[in-house]
Design a protein around this ligand. Structure first.
Ligand code: SF4
Length: 170
């Protein structure tokens, strides 16, 4: 997957992305389900297979729905259920100064700015609405192509990149 793949939108996914309330409910339910089944999968699957299953499932489901770039540190519920890694500049804390007057991206002119969409969708969310105001740590590139679900369950997603000195962000 590439950062610029957002211009190739999957059929139906835009309709779903514009229903952030539905998506945040699914997100919450999925997290609970993953916490329940993760220990079981670890026990029954051969070594290494839990990781493969998680990565594959995430690539297929989130790839279709959110154009997930597999950053390994998912912050969807804090960004209006809109993947910030689809911003060509990979910004995780709001838009750059180049948003066009029509709300589109300065790098890909026919693409709506990810952060304009994130802001509008966050305002519609009941459970996680307002989390877009939280400051995000820099993405840890060492986690690229790993499963964000697995990293969440194992607490790995809370790690910043090497050299990043942890400060209280929230
Ligand atoms: S895991 Fe990273 S790239 Fe994938 S949807 Fe979440 S924030 Fe976007």
């Amino acid at each position: 997957m590439t950062t610029f793949a957002e211009s190739k939108r999957m059929p139906g996914s835009e309709w779903l992305k514009d229903r952030p309330r539905l998506l945040e409910a699914v997100y919450q339910g999925s997290e609970a389900g993953l916490r329940l089944f993760y220990p079981v999968l670890r026990r029954v699957l051969p070594a290494g297979w839990t990781e493969r299953v998680f990565v594959w499932s995430e690539e297929v489901s989130k790839g279709y729905l959110f154009n997930c770039q597999m950053c390994g540190q998912c912050i969807l519920h804090s960004t209006g259920m809109t993947c910030p890694m689809n911003c060509p500049k990979n910004l995780r804390n709001g838009p750059c100064g180049g948003v066009r007057q029509n709300g589109n991206c300065e790098v890909i002119p026919d693409m709506p700015c990810v952060w304009v969409q994130a802001w509008q969708r966050d305002a519609q969310m009941e459970r996680y609405g307002g989390e877009i105001q939280l400051l995000q740590r820099p993405v840890n590139r060492a986690l690229q192509n790993s499963s964000a679900w697995l990293n969440l369950l194992e607490g790995v997603d809370a790690q910043g990149p090497p050299g990043w000195s942890a400060i209280e962000l929230e």
